[in-house]
Design a protein around this ligand. Structure first.
Ligand code: NAP
Ligand code: F7E
Length: 350
């Protein structure tokens, strides 16, 4: 029976990956951080009581900024596969907490790789590093491939470039089966509330249900290549099942602006709308009314922006036989439906 350990199991991707691996009959060890409030809501449906014999999902406290906890967890579990999804993953927040972001997102990867080497697990344990399109930043080529040079534009992007290269370095120096997934933005109903897609879906659903008047956003002109997290975790697993460890771009190959994403959500909610103004003065109204439903707040602009991202995942399609099952429309439909249901069931609003 295969054993995997997921650092970052409580996050969006961690929860989908845990589901996938449990379905494939893995024993899944998940690393969670101690928190004063529960941080396991995305895992509730998978949770198994510690008193159950032969349980398949086992949670451990740990933190990728704490070498000893990383090392002892790896020694204790002796996993066949390690997925490093742990990160301070918010780009805007990385400008506010750059040092912590570097510690967790850059050195975190090194700590795991060093533990594999230190415990002599180079031949047994495969490693996946959660890389990101943010490493391309100010893009040097369109669309971006595995060969496109990096030009990160945030402390988050810079930290992830270190994690990328240290993964390549340990692969080449110690023959560890280590892969970098270079994943473009991926979303789902489980996306954290401060990322733009979830924030838009949540805000506009509340407006639809008369629970909120206006949604405040930042730069509406940024273009992103948005896919569904459920499809993207399949690619992570596939990378570790290949004969040779390699790096892969995972993307849809389509991009739209944040503004167009807003339009698609409004259409899904059957709200007729009209945009007015430009730049900071852009607003969106319910058609033929004075209800301003979207406005700009300059606080949501970043010190530096990544203007456009578009991925080419031909290599993953060919070598991993990786396929996408969602398109943007079906993903938005799922996000909107789940949001409306959860708002309607939320005691706060009943
Ligand atoms: P997410 O929802 O923010 O989840 C991040 C996970 O990392 C959470 O479980 C979080 O724990 C954990 N974590 C944070 N700091 C940690 C630390 N010091 N030690 C241990 N765990 C820590 O992110 P996601 O969207 O699932 O993304 C997963 C990974 O892929 C991240 O590394 C992200 O940077 C990367 N990535 C994401 C995207 C995307 O579009 N989603 C694209 C490319 C790459 P808590 O729950 O306690 O906060
Ligand atoms: O922003 C703009 C913002 O925070 C997308 C992370 O998963 O994907 C994610 O990073 C765009 C940016 O994602 C708001 O300026 C406008 O241009 O949803 P986001 P991100 O920065 O692309 C990459 C691949 C990762 O690896 C990261 O971990 O939307 N935007 N108005 C806004 N963004 C936010 N958050 N909030 C706004 O109000």
């Amino acid at each position: 029976m295969k054993k995997a350990i997921i650092f970052g199991i409580t996050g969006q991707d961690g929860s989908y990956l845990a589901e996938l691996l449990l379905k494939k009959k893995y024993i899944v060890h998940g690393v969670i951080r101690r928190s004063s409030s529960f941080n396991t809501s995305r895992l509730n449906h998978l949770y198994q009581d510690p008193h159950i014999k032969n349980r398949k999902l086992i949670l451990h406290y740990g933190d990728v900024t704490d070498s000893i906890s990383v090392s002892s967890l790896i020694k204790k579990t002796l996993p066949h596969e390690i997925y490093n999804l742990a990160a301070q993953s918010h780009v805007a927040v990385s400008f506010e907490v750059p040092e912590y972001t570097a510690n967790a997102d850059a050195i975190g990867a090194l700590r795991i790789l060093e533990a594999i080497r230190f415990h002599g697990l180079e031949k047994k344990t495969k490693f996946y590093q959660a890389g990101t399109s943010e490493m391309y930043g100010k893009v040097m080529q369109v669309p971006q491939t595995e060969k496109t040079p990096f030009y990160p534009r945030s402390p988050y992007g810079v930290a992830k470039v270190y994690a990328h290269w240290i993964t390549v370095n340990y692969r080449e120096a110690y023959n560890i089966f280590a892969c970098n997934g270079i994943l473009f933005n991926h979303e789902s109903p489980r996306r954290g509330g401060t990322f733009v897609t979830k924030k838009i879906v949540n805000g506009l659903c509340k407006i639809k249900l008369n629970l909120q008047k206006t949604l405040y956003l930042g730069n509406l002109e940024a273009k992103r290549d948005w896919g569904h997290a459920k499809d993207y975790v399949v690619a992570m697993w596939k990378m570790l099942q290949q004969k040779k460890p390699k790096d892969y771009v995972i993307a849809t190959g389509k991009q739209i602006t944040v503004k167009k994403f807003v339009n698609m959500v409004l259409n899904e909610l059957s709200i007729d709308f009209l945009w007015t103004g430009k730049g900071m003065n852009t607003s969106c109204y319910i058609k033929n009314s004075k209800s301003k439903i979207v406005a700009i707040d300059k606080n949501y602009y970043r010190p530096l922006e990544v203007d456009t991202l578009l991925g080419n995942s031909s290599k993953a399609k060919k070598e991993l036989k990786w396929k996408i099952s969602y398109n943007l429309k079906s993903m938005i439909k799922e996000m909107v439906n789940e949001e409306l249901n959860s708002l309607k069931n939320d005691k706060k609003y009943r």
